[in-house]
Design a protein. Structure first.
Length: 681
């Protein structure tokens, strides 16, 4: 969604028009955004640089007041070059179309769809199939057609490298050719070629014919006009195997008149063994997209061969396009795959939510050993029509590291001796076991709830508007007010925060001396008391107080060494030996942080030896691994979109501590993304 925002704001075009790498101040000026949002452009660009869409360059300082030297600027990369709106090829329309709310909504229905009767999750979301929805919604139909046309802009490269495939043809039918973008490219490249675009009536209703290009309204399942060649670009992956077979037979009829015709297909061929990791990921994401939006799928060469032979064709030839090392087209299509992966990265997240909703980690755990696909399908108790799709979901989840493939002995009565493939848990999926501690399954479900997903659709407009956060743009109020007025969401959020707090046992194990000797502690923003209870169990002498918003702790009972106080951390924090803040300050702006830290200082000042204990994220792009940095930067954008907070570097933290009146601090990296910070009077 950050990539969609970049396209909506026109950042690639701004850099391109600038003619050289652009500094942050110049970019902010060119964007003409709301003055209150200027500080957030750096955060958006930081994630986009890390994701490979822009590059940092050093350029000479050109400000009048600047000293001599260099400053940082942003430049285009091959991936962002593909987002330039007036260049060919341009995939900016593809990004906007694929991340439109209508396209994103079906993913919230994936888990229930597996157990329901709807043909696709798209139907679950919109009450009708994709093509019917497009026909009845002209704005969405236009958006989709532009997306498909923008993707077809890559055809010039296909023709350049695969020209002999089209040489000698006098007629060609582009089946499902949209508004004719590919057909026009073919007509320009081969003036002798007579092209026909066969499409649904509502797509080509107002499109005029020209000398060697005509549009025909029709149905590829009923008949395809005769020609030397039938061309299908990313059509068959939209279709089920049964539908594919029908269309291929119609193709065969269309080219049979001269006995030398052929079908030319541009589509995805799955090859997990040979493809690079990122290429495979992009293909798997497309496969899930086909499952959710329509009834299609991506196929291996073995799958394609079976269809061709069943349709009556005698042979076929597969040509991977753009595989030559150093070739410009290969680099461009590599950038395209990179862009696709990031456009559809939310698919992995929503598939993970589906895995949690279906309880797949728990099923494998209860099975006591790696589970075969048939046994998993049986245990899931899903709708019979959906059983074939479990493999597709699991294939993406294996590729993403949530499950592992293992070979196990065949145990079916009718099976021959030997082994078969089974799925096992990994450390990541073990964190999703619902009855184990720690368990992050409530965190996954909450963070991917529609209430949290909706604000990202407002990000581009938010930069130019007056709302404090995109969450406010989506819901008309801030998250805390929304939580107070929506008990179901409030419960979901509190469970998510409590599940994340289950990791505290590990903190105590590794950082026990930090808590030794304390007699009292206030957990500020401590939710329903999960962390406080863990601390009370580990340190029986410790008296803990949870300070939280009144609606969060309204019905929570006190115990011997734990009490709950409804209050406001900006007003007062109860006195104690230590104040504890776990992932609280990153939800606050610097100004709010400073207020809270000053209240913390007042709370621990009575004995002159108190301290503040903070568990939070410390950004360190230079030292952290790529994946750790990516997770931290994603959290930073989450804080920007949902609240007014941000993730901070050690330099940022130090500045806040000193301004709040503390004398020193100590940062201890603990686990994963977080660090433990002790702040001293």
């Amino acid at each position: 969604m950050s990539l969609k925002c970049v396209v909506q704001l026109g950042i690639p075009d701004i850099i391109d028009r600038h003619g050289q790498p652009i500094t942050l101040p110049d970019l902010v000026t060119a964007l003409q955004i709301h003055p209150a949002k200027t500080g957030n452009v750096h955060r958006l660009m930081r994630l986009m640089v890390h994701s490979g869409f822009f590059a940092r360059k050093q350029v000479p300082k050109n400000h009048v007041e600047a000293d001599e030297g260099e400053e940082e600027a942003y430049d285009l990369t091959p991936s962002s070059t593909l987002l330039l709106k007036d260049k060919v090829p341009s995939l900016s329309s593809f990004v906007l179309g694929m991340l439109d709310p209508a396209s994103a909504a079906p993913w919230q229905f994936l888990g229930n769809w597996f157990r329901g009767t709807e043909v696709t999750p798209f139907e679950s979301a919109h009450g009708m199939g994709f093509w019917e929805y497009a026909e009845g919604n002209p704005e969405f139909n236009s958006l989709f057609n532009k997306a498909m046309a923008s993707d077809s802009g890559m055809m010039n490269l296909v023709i350049r490298d695969c020209k002999p495939i089209f040489d000698g043809l006098s007629s060609l039918v582009d089946v499902g050719g949209g508004t004719g973008k590919v057909a026009r490219i073919l007509c320009d490249a081969f003036p002798q070629l007579k092209c026909t675009v066969l499409e649904l009536p509502h797509v080509v209703a107002d499109l005029p014919d020209c000398e060697n290009l005509k549009f025909v309204r029709g149905d590829m399942f009923q008949g395809i006009p005769p020609a030397d060649a039938v061309f299908l670009k990313l059509i068959l992956h939209d279709l089920s195997d049964e539908e594919c077979l029908k269309v291929l037979k119609k193709c065969r009829e269309a080219i049979a008149s001269n006995g030398q015709g052929k079908v030319i297909i541009i589509d995805i061929v799955m090859n997990e063994e040979k493809d690079e990791h990122e290429i495979t990921e992009a293909k798997l994401l497309f496969d899930l997209l086909m499952m959710v939006v329509i009834t299609g799928r991506e196929r291996s060469e073995k799958d394609w061969k079976k269809l061709f032979l069943e349709a009556g064709f005698s042979s076929y030839k597969v040509t991977p396009i753009f595989v030559m090392e150093g070739d410009e087209a290969r680099d461009l299509f590599g950038a395209q795959s990179h862009l696709y992966k990031h456009v559809f990265s939310f698919i992995t997240s929503m598939s993970l939510k589906c895995v949690v909703q279906l309880g797949i980690p728990d099923i494998i755990d209860r099975h006591g050993q790696p589970i075969t696909l048939p046994d998993l399908v049986t245990a899931l108790q899903i709708h019979p029509a959906k059983t074939g799709n479990v493999h597709r979901l699991m294939r993406l989840m294996v590729h993403s590291g949530f499950f592992a493939r293992k070979q196990v002995p065949k145990n079916h009565v009718e099976a021959d001796e030997g082994e078969e493939e089974a799925y096992d848990l990994t450390p990541s999926s073990r964190l999703l076991l619902k009855d184990k501690v720690p368990s992050l399954s409530p965190f996954v479900v909450a963070m991917l709830d529609p209430a949290f997903a909706a604000p990202w659709q407002f990000l581009g407009n938010w930069f130019r508007g007056s709302e404090v956060t995109p969450f406010e743009s989506a819901h008309g109020m801030g998250i805390w007010e929304y939580g107070e007025g929506n008990p179901e969401f409030n419960s979901l959020f509190n469970k998510a925060m409590a599940s994340d707090s289950g990791m505290m046992n590990l903190v105590i194990r590794d950082c026990k001396p930090i808590f030794d000797g304390l007699s009292s502690l206030v957990d500020v923003g401590g939710g329903t008391g999960k962390v406080a209870r863990i601390l009370c169990d580990a340190f029986p002498q410790l008296k803990c107080t949870v300070l939280e918003l009144p609606h969060v702790v309204a019905d929570l009972p006190d115990s011997e060494n734990l009490k709950f106080v409804g209050g406001d951390m900006f007003q007062v924090i109860p006195p104690a030996d230590a104040v504890f803040l776990k992932l609280t300050l990153h939800a606050l702006s610097d100004e709010e942080c400073l207020k809270v830290l000053k209240k913390c200082r007042e709370a621990i000042a009575s004995n002159g030896q108190g301290k503040v204990i903070i568990i939070d994220i410390v950004i360190n792009e230079e030292k952290d691994e790529h994946e750790i940095t990516e997770a931290k930067l994603l959290f930073d954008l989450l804080m920007m979109v949902v609240v007014t907070g941000r993730e901070r570097s050690e330099k940022d933290w130090k500045k806040l501590f000193l301004e709040a009146g503390f004398s020193g601090y100590k940062v201890t990296p603990i686990f994963g993304l977080r660090s433990l910070i002790e702040v001293f009077l």
